[in-house]
Design a binder for this molecule. Structure first.
Ligand SMILES: *Cc1c(COP(=O)(O)O)cnc(C)c1O
Length: 438
């Protein structure tokens, strides 16, 4: 597989180079030069496969040919994708794909765990590697957990102090070892600015071997394409081989949706894709008006989707050659406010007993709104991607459903470990010093 920059002014590279670099040298994002569709026999084999990692192997084998040794790739995928991603029926027309059974209880585990095992293959022995990541909550934990204990790799996570949930903070700040956590005096945007500032310093980047594990990195997207096939296979096992579902993806930086659209190009049968956003509605507004107007992000209940200028949107435009009509034929978008998010959590729990986290609730609410606008055929089954376990957002979910949630053992265990977090002023010189000092 060859990858080129969305800005088109950088040479094509192989996957490991794109992983190592994160951003292309022209400032664009890497995308595969071609996404040849899987053949009928390959799609059948993916349907018939018995596990997530076997499906991943079939998709990656198609994309990568011989760039990574087959046995090694198989081991990477088996180790990384060792947790279930079940499809749960909510009602006759609506299914929820539970992507939150990994170590940090959010979908970001899927790609972070694959990436943590591929990235070391992209550096020479002895070469330094420091994964520097800004997080609004979930990315930091997934990346820290995935790289924890990986030889020769250091991790630094920057998060906005006081603006992530208690569970998220403990997932980042209790690992220790090769993982360092920094609580920044500022917002998520400030954290991102600091990280960008560090990357803009070529000497620092070279000395520390800086790389990014945010979803600007193509390594974060390709593994996610796999679970769209995994969802379809489970739906077909329950509903018959002919069903073609409609996918709903709660979206912030739009990496997850990009992965779905990549899967679609590879031949995933889909009736369409709905991007569900919170009040940060730059993409729904763009699809309506044709004008892309980034804005500073607004704080909402679904905080992991509080993004005012989604970086992966340029990948989606690239996929559709910037042709708005073609894009609109495949992708629709609906924004959902906090009132509807809370009501959806309450109502779904009351009617079906199923508990949604706020991000998944945005997906369900967007789907309901889209259905009542007659946007989806009455018989079309819908798959809503569930991006996080409700316990990560218990301060929102528990009051909405009026009862306490059961605490998974993995979360309870976090309370037993000491929190080790360094405060960091919102200042690039301080970040430099902290990174060079450790
Ligand atoms: C990161 C995240 C999202 C948004 O995903 P994108 O790929 O950035 O669109 C949605 N929900 C949760 C729980 C997340 O952690």
């Amino acid at each position: 597989m060859r990858l080129i920059s969305t800005r088109g002014r950088a040479p094509a590279v192989d996957l490991l180079t794109a992983l190592r670099r994160g951003l292309a040298p022209d400032g664009g994002l890497y995308m595969p030069t071609a996404l040849p569709p899987l053949g009928v026999a390959q799609l059948d084999a993916i349907d018939a496969a018995s596990s997530l990692s076997e499906r991943a192997r079939l998709v990656f084998a198609h994309l990568l040919a011989s760039e990574i040794d087959g046995a090694r790739l198989e081991a990477v995928l088996d180790e990384a994708l060792d947790f279930p991603i079940p499809l749960v029926e909510l009602d006759a027309r609506t299914h929820v794909l539970e992507l939150f059974h990994g170590p940090t209880l959010a979908f970001k585990d899927v790609a972070a765990r694959v990436m943590a095992r591929l990235l070391p293959m992209a550096v020479a022995p002895g070469e330094p590697l420091l994964v520097l990541t800004a997080t609004s909550g979930d990315t930091g934990g997934a990346v820290a957990q995935a790289f924890h204990g990986v030889d020769g790799v250091r991790v630094a996570v920057l998060y906005p102090r006081g603006r992530i949930t208690d569970v998220q903070e403990r997932q980042i700040g209790t690992l220790g070892g090769n993982v360092r956590a920094f609580a920044v005096e500022g917002s998520f945007d400030d954290c991102q600015r600091l990280v960008k500032g560090a990357f803009a310093d070529a000497a620092l980047t070279a000395e520390l071997g800086l790389t990014s594990a945010n979803s600007i990195n193509i390594g974060r997207l390709l593994p996610q394409a796999v679970y769209y096939f995994h969802a379809l296979a489970q739906l077909r096992a329950a509903r018959g081989r002919e069903v073609v579902p409609f996918f709903v993806t709660p979206s912030g930086n739009f990496g997850n949706l990009t992965a779905g659209l990549i899967a679609h190009r590879l031949g995933l049968p889909a009736a369409g894709f709905l991007a569900a956003t919170n009040a940060n509605d730059v993409v729904p507004a763009f699809l309506e008006t044709g004008r892309y107007r980034p804005r500073p992000s607004l704080a909402t209940l679904s905080s992991a989707m509080d993004v005012g200028d989604p970086s992966n949107w340029s990948r989606i435009r690239h996929l559709f050659d910037d042709d708005l009509a073609r894009l609109r034929a495949t992708v629709e978008a609906v924004p959902v406010d906090d009132v509807a998010t809370r009501e959806t959590i309450e109502e779904v729990a009351r009617v079906s007993g199923y508990v949604l986290d706020p991000h998944t609730a945005v997906g369900i609410a967007a789907l309901e709104r889209h259905r009542s606008a007659a946007g989806i055929g009455a018989d079309t089954p819908c798959i809503v991607l569930s991006t996080a376990h409700p316990i990560k957002f218990r301060a929102i979910v528990e009051p909405a459903i009026g009862r306490p949630l059961d605490v998974p053992a993995r979360v309870a265990a976090l309370d037993e470990r000491p929190l080790d977090v360094a405060p960091l002023p919102n200042d690039l010189a301080a970040l430099r010093e902290a990174l060079l000092g450790g």
